[in-house]
Design a protein around this ligand. Structure first.
Ligand code: DGJ
Length: 701
């Protein structure tokens, strides 16, 4: 049992944590506790919350589970509604609650208007995660405007929390930021119509936690559109944290009899620092979020031709690349942007999803046959939500885009965004992808999205619905991908949005992997990957070995590049038509090694042994079933030092492990390896190592 209800007390118990709240004498749901497990429920029963009225309204002092705008609340609230007569507060009573298995539902109803808000809590006991979402139901006839309906609210006692999030842009994805929350509000938000690069839809809060120790509270939103995270340090000695669909420019008209369901939030508590948080989320992602049918399937090593050819895609050249890709050991050959319509640059062709007859005179078949004869599968790039002005699609349907009718339409990357609130557009997209997949032997799709949404108006909706377009677009996007997955269960789908603009738990349940960043410079990548890995699992982190960092800016050895890309789902993006023999040999070795290590990297536990943001040495470990894999990167060699000591983690002290270090085979105890560490001879900037440690007698992974 994971949900306990006694009188007005609600306690959610996971394996290692407790989450408790109660209904107070005024009928308000008030938070009591979140943290390390307190198994005895009786402990909570005696807890009372004191509140003196004074000059401040008591309600702001309450650590609410569902605060709503109005009454005498002046703090940030997680719900705001407007009834047809202009009344703008939700005064509730707890109407009912049910606890079925792991699922607790608490039904709140307005005391005089027909609005029901149900708070959902699902306890993932084994995974130590609590899932929360909300549902609104209009029980009457008149329209009710939902102006804000966040998915969840959390409160943490005290002050002085540190908050981690990102603040990136294209090519600079997952740029980490951390600061101490002082009085007032901290807001992370996307207003771009997608998750985008500017922040990640999550909260990570701690007080002096390190990688391996300390308390961390975290939550991730399973949503791929405009989101908002607000953390408000109240003057009442608690931090109020809210997360959900952004309320900036949002209104959902909830008509009589209709329901509205928010995306869910997966939240947790780790007393083992940031590393513990990542482990919990990665494990949960695998067991509960990733598509069940494909989550256990290892991702293939892919070759993607984008960096080699950009738009200059042409059958013969792709065939040559495919030959080399197969030689290197790739299992999947992917043709990126440029194969369709009149797509010779990013100015034209988007929307015209027919094979370009000049580039592929006999269609895709000869290339696909060639790729398959080489022993690889075939994959292809699409950007279904977009259209160029210079395209047959736009000429035929100029009213299929988002725009304000009275204004000139703005372009982003020279393209417009298709109106996914229009069923005809949805049908068009499903139809073209269905045909593409049915007529060709395609086993992988890279789904890209390269502009942000603006000008939220369209021809297919009345103006009073325009503020719902942000959300309707995401719903349309989800509808399409879900239908395609049902129709083509064997096809692997990658989510890309100018790199990592669609990395979120909403896409995770609908895709098999993320394109992490367009920045493939290995040094930049190490920080990008490290921050990505805080919340998102390595299996979903596509990483390519490319020709980046082989230029004036810096020259990084191929081995370092390969090791960096081997930390995720390996891909190759080099121009293999230009590769020299020695590099090809090294590439082959790395790909072959990766295939051996893949079960550990893609399905194992990740430990960030030392961050790439602090020291000269960055070390990561993946472990699973008696095998651990260490990746070590020397960023800058220090004067007078060439021996670097790295200490693995999570080994069994008394077990013995076999490993090869700088050409020498060693057998050492887990204790020796963890406490004494491994000495590595790293002689130059950008030296790197990949070391496999097998528990003696258990080599298979
Ligand atoms: C942006 C993606 O992130 C790239 O990998 C590539 O697919 C281009 N779009 C193609 O236009």
């Amino acid at each position: 049992m994971a949900v306990f209800v006694k009188d007005k007390l609600f306690v959610l118990q996971t394996r290692n944590t407790s989450y408790a709240f109660f209904q107070d004498e005024e009928g308000i749901l008030v938070h009591l506790y979140w943290g390390r497990k307190i198994a005895d429920l009786q402990d909570f029963e005696t807890v009372t919350m004191e509140g003196e009225q004074g000059f401040h309204p008591n309600i702001d002092k309450k650590r609410e589970e569902c605060s709503s705008y109005g009454m005498m609340r002046y703090k940030e609230t997680s719900l705001k509604v407007t009834y047809a007569d202009g009344v703008r507060d939700f005064r509730y009573r707890v109407k009912d609650w049910t606890a079925e298995g792991e699922h607790l539902k608490i039904v709140l109803e307005d005391i005089c208007y027909p609005l029901r808000i149900t708070l959902h809590y699902v306890v993932h006991e084994e995974e130590d995660i609590i899932e929360k979402w909300r549902e609104a139901e209009n029980l009457g006839q008149d329209n009710i405007q939902l102006e804000k309906i966040f998915s969840a609210e959390f409160t943490l006692p005290g002050e002085g929390y540190r908050s981690i999030n990102c603040n990136g842009t294209w090519n600079d994805d997952f740029k980490p930021f951390e600061d101490t929350l002082c009085a007032g509000k901290k807001v992370y938000e996307s207003l771009r119509g997608a998750t985008a690069h500017v922040a990640t839809p999550a909260f990570i809060l701690h007080k002096n936690a390190s990688e391996a120790a300390g308390e961390v509270y975290f939550g991730v939103l399973a949503y791929s559109g405009n989101f908002k995270v607000v953390a408000e340090q109240t003057p009442y000695d608690y931090l109020n944290v809210q997360i959900g669909i952004s309320d900036t420019d949002f209104i959902w008209n909830l008509k009589g009899g209709e329901r509205f369901i928010t995306p869910c939030v997966y939240a947790g508590y780790s007393c083992r620092g940031l590393g513990g948080m990542s482990n919990l989320l990665h494990r949960f992602a695998h067991s509960c979020v990733m598509p069940q049918a494909t989550k256990d399937k290892p991702l293939r090593v892919l070759y993607n031709s984008w960096e080699a050819t950009t738009f200059d895609v042409e059958c013969k050249k792709q065939m040559e690349l495919a030959k080399k890709a197969a030689e290197a050991g790739a299992e999947l050959f992917v043709v990126d942007d440029g194969w369709f319509g009149q797509r010779s640059s990013d100015h034209l062709g988007l929307g015209d999803w027919y094979v370009n007859p000049e580039k592929f005179p006999e269609g895709l078949k000869p290339l696909i046959d060639h790729v398959r004869a080489l022993g690889m599968d075939f994959g292809i790039w699409i950007e279904p939500e977009m259209v160029n002005e210079n395209s047959d699609l736009y000429r035929a349907h100029p009213d299929w885009i988002y725009r304000y009718q009275t204004r000139e339409v703005l372009e982003g990357r020279n393209q417009y965004m298709l109106d996914l609130t229009n069923q005809k557009v949805i049908d068009f997209i499903i139809d073209f992808i269905d045909r593409l997949l049915s007529e060709n032997e395609i086993s992988y799709i890279k789904w890209d999205m390269n502009r942000a949404l603006g000008e939220c108006g369209c021809a297919s909706l009345p103006p009073e619905e325009f503020k719902s377009i942000w959300l309707r677009h995401v719903q349309g996007f989800y509808t399409i991908i879900e239908e395609l997955r049902r129709n083509h269960p064997d096809v692997e789908f990658e989510a890309c949005a100018s790199g990592g603009g669609r990395v979120d738990f909403g896409c995770m349940s609908r895709f098999d992997e993320f394109w992490t960043s367009d920045n493939t410079d290995p040094l930049d990548r190490l920080t990008i990957q490290e921050t990505y890995s805080l919340l998102y699992p390595p299996k979903y982190m596509r990483a390519w070995i490319t020709d980046a960092a082989s230029n004036e800016r810096r020259r990084v050895p191929l081995l370092f590049k390969a090791h960096c890309a081997m930390c995720g789902a390996l891909g190759i993006g080099m121009n293999l038509n230009r590769i020299n023999e020695a590099d090809m040999e090294l590439l082959k070795e790395c790909v072959a090694l990766y295939k051996e290590l893949r079960p550990v990297v893609q399905f194992g536990r990740l430990t960030r042994l030392s961050t790439c943001r602090k020291g000269p040495v960055h070390a990561l470990q993946y472990d699973k079933a008696g095998t651990a894999v260490l990746f070590v990167f020397l960023l800058l060699k220090e004067r007078g030092k060439s021996i670097y000591n790295v200490k693995p983690a999570n080994l069994e002290e008394n077990a013995r492990y076999r490993l090869t270090v700088d050409g020498k085979e060693l057998i050492k105890s887990g204790a020796y390896l963890m406490y004494h560490g491994i000495d590595l001879q790293l002689e130059a900037d950008f030296s790197s190592r990949c070391i496999r440690m097998d528990k003696v007698g258990s080599k298979d992974v």
